[in-house]
Design a protein around this ligand. Sequence first.
Ligand SMILES: Cc1cc2nc3c(=O)[nH]c(=O)nc-3n(C[C@H](O)[C@H](O)[C@H](O)COP(=O)(O)O)c2cc1C
Length: 151
Amino acid sequence: MKQLSIIYHSKSGNTRKMAHAVLAGAQLEKEVESHLITAFDANLATLANSDAVIFGTPENFGYMSGALKDFFDRTYDDALSKQIRPAYALFVSAGNDGTNAIRETRRILAGYNMQELAEPIISRKRVTEADEQACKVLGQTIAAGLALGIF
Ligand SMILES: Cc1cc2nc3c(=O)[nH]c(=O)nc-3n(C[C@H](O)[C@H](O)[C@H](O)COP(=O)(O)O)c2cc1C
């Protein structure tokens, strides 16, 4: 079975809400196993065992959260040398922007040679029903692509 991991960090719950919506969408595809894991709990094995990863982070100080950056710091060298590079997508919760978190996370993932599969989702201020729906569609889209062998 293809494996999809949703690796996220959330301090006050907004990104977590988005992550659960992404998972709900992904789980609509029964031929793919989807997992939710926090950035602090994720490690190189999480990447190695994933056919695709959907990363979620708040925008903090115009950057990804420290927790997601810590995940990248811990996995980058080994992922590169072992050529572990699952394809990915992103979602971001932000107070009012989110674009810098997207740009900087993309820069890091380009260093991993990971391919981006879909446009990122940005939720601003509170997570609306429309945001949750967009996250659900993102999860289902990536899972369906894996199930069909497109990704
Ligand atoms: C330390 C800190 C820094 C933040 N920096 C930004 C920022 O640079 N741009 C922005 O749009 N929002 C910023 N925010 C707002 C958060 O991105 C927003 O509250 C987000 O929904 C938090 O996600 P969470 O509930 O998953 O922790 C910041 C919040 C905190 C606590």
